[in-house]
Design a protein around this ligand. Structure first.
Ligand code: ADP
Length: 163
């Protein structure tokens, strides 16, 4: 039997948006298993805790057995080594994403040459979409229902009380 194709899709996912979901769904046509890695980064000011982010993502993919959601602390390369998966999926929106991704990929490959990234271009309708914009709009009482799934919409409303 052929070996299972697995990939890690790492990120903050604070919170998950339709942009992330679109990338994950498209990548699922290429891999057998997608491990969504929720990074715990104490330097970043996060709205949702790692557990909350993990639960929101798990709810979105609850009917898809090809997706698992794991949170990880520390370096992505250490997480990759721990689970033995070195193919990493990232999404690209703008040129600025490219520069950041080139750095991330190069440094990770420098640390461990088994590491490799593959990229999917954002779908046009999500090219402007980021978790930080979603939070900003929700905080200012704007309507984010077309940008995030229902459970995230409700969670944002609960966080900010008035969304
Ligand atoms: P990070 O803090 O690691 O960049 P994010 O949660 O912001 O984590 O993003 C995780 C990944 O998803 C990144 O590769 C990012 O470029 C990608 N991504 C985020 N939003 C979109 C979008 N709207 N379209 C395509 N890719 C996206």
């Amino acid at each position: 039997m052929a070996e299972k194709k697995q990939a890690i899709y790492p990120g903050s996912f604070d919170p998950i948006t339709f942009g992330h979901i679109d990338i994950a769904k498209r990548a699922l046509t290429l891999v057998d298993n997608l491990i969504i890695g929720v990074g715990i980064n104490s330097e970043k000011k996060e709205l949702f805790s790692a557990d909350e982010r993990k639960i929101l993502i798990s709810e979105v993919f609850k009917n898809n057995p090809k997706v698992s959601v794991i949170s990880f602390d520390g370096l992505l390369i250490d997480f990759a080594r721990e689970i033995g998966v070195f193919s990493v999926l990232r999404g690209l929106r703008a040129i600025s994403d490219f520069e950041h991704e080139l750095q991330l990929s190069s440094l990770n490959r420098h640390m461990d040459n088994r590491f490799d990234c593959f990229y999917m271009m954002t779908s046009e309708q999500y090219s402007y979409l980021s978790s930080s914009m979603v939070k900003e709009i929700a905080r200012l009482n704007g309507d984010v229902s077309s940008l995030v799934p229902d459970n995230v919409y409700k969670a944002l409303r609960d966080k900010y009380h008035h969304v």
